[in-house]
Design a protein around this ligand. Structure first.
Ligand SMILES: Nc1ncnc2c1ncn2[C@@H]1O[C@H](COP(=O)(O)OP(=O)(O)O)[C@@H](O)[C@H]1O
Ligand SMILES: [Mg+2]
Length: 276
């Protein structure tokens, strides 16, 4: 696939956004100037990746604004190219926003605003019986008005997001994955996503990940063996005790130690921010 190449009758490829085992993600444009993001499946892929593509398309059909990108088009089946087209969302990935932000105490808690939004998005997803399983800052888009859009859905199983090579991308996923998801990827429930939200909040507040290790393998072992550190033990800027407790609860090693649902987690977060 090349910039300028047409796809189907409507789209023209602009720029590659990502390349993976199953295919490529491109930004694209049509003759009206509207912008899109297109995920294309390779013509020959393992049946497992094909199944995952079908599932992502099926999930995309159930979702849309607010909180999820608008599905425009989807082609699957044995004939012709297979792709999913979404409207391109304006905004920056949480990954990019957080790195730029300064760490003044007054600003630190404001970083949790997208986390509260993220929990509302998850509530909606979980209500449909869908567990994201690959939540991380690059999959959370923050729009200019502060609302969030959740990307890359219903797609990743642990065997992919944790492929044990030392690429930065893979390590990034390993950093946010729940301990039980490492052991039994098929059996996780919505509380695995809550763990990832805890890891995202930890990172937003401290600039650090809850666990650090030189390889993905050792990171996963560490995560299975140890509870995450307390925020105030690693934070340059102290956070209120109630917020520290909330993050620790989200990062509980056992799912039973976490809030039961995204909406319960959101209520507890509001309480932690309001109290103190
Ligand atoms: N609807 C969208 N609007 C804007 N950017 C998007 C959209 N969908 C995906 N992206 C960007 O493309 C990247 C790759 O998409 P993703 O669904 O994560 O593909 P992959 O399966 O290759 O990880 C995302 O991390 C995000 O930066
Ligand atoms: Mg992705």
């Amino acid at each position: 696939m090349q910039p300028g190449e047409p796809l189907g009758e409507r789209y023209r490829l602009v720029e590659a956004l990502g390349r993976g085992a199953s295919g490529e993600v491109w930004s694209a444009i049509d003759s009206t100037g509207a912008r899109f993001v297109i995920k294309c499946l390779r013509s020959t892929v393992e049946p497992e990746l094909e199944k995952r593509f079908e599932r992502e398309l099926a999930v995309a059909r159930q979702l849309g604004p607010p909180y999820f990108p608008r599905l425009i088009d989807g082609r699957s089946g044995p004939e012709g190219p297979r792709y999913i087209v979404w409207a391109a969302e304006q905004g920056s990935a949480l990954a990019d926003l957080a790195l730029d932000a300064d760490r003044a105490a007054s600003r630190v808690l404001r970083r949790l605003l997208p986390v509260a939004e993220l929990l509302r998005a998850l509530s909606r997803l979980h209500a449909l019986g869908i567990v994201h399983r690959d939540l991380k800052p690059e999959h959370v888009l923050v729009k200019p008005d502060g609302s969030v859009v959740l990307l890359d859905l219903g797609l990743c199983r642990v065997s992919d997001s944790l492929r044990l090579t030392a690429s930065r991308h893979i390590l990034g996923s390993a950093a946010f994955v729940a301990p039980e998801q490492i052991q039994a990827p098929q059996n996780v429930d919505q509380r695995a996503d809550l763990y990832a939200v805890g890891a995202i909040a930890f990172w937003l507040l401290s600039g650090r990940l809850p666990f650090a290790a030189p390889t993905a393998e050792s990171l996963l072992v560490l995560k299975l063996m140890r509870q995450a550190p307390l925020l105030n033990d690693v934070c340059e800027v102290p956070v209120p005790a109630a917020v520290e407790e909330w993050v620790a609860m989200m990062l509980a090693r056992e799912p039973t130690g976490r809030p039961a649902s995204a909406s319960a987690a959101g209520e507890k977060l509001e309480h932690a921010l309001g109290g103190d």
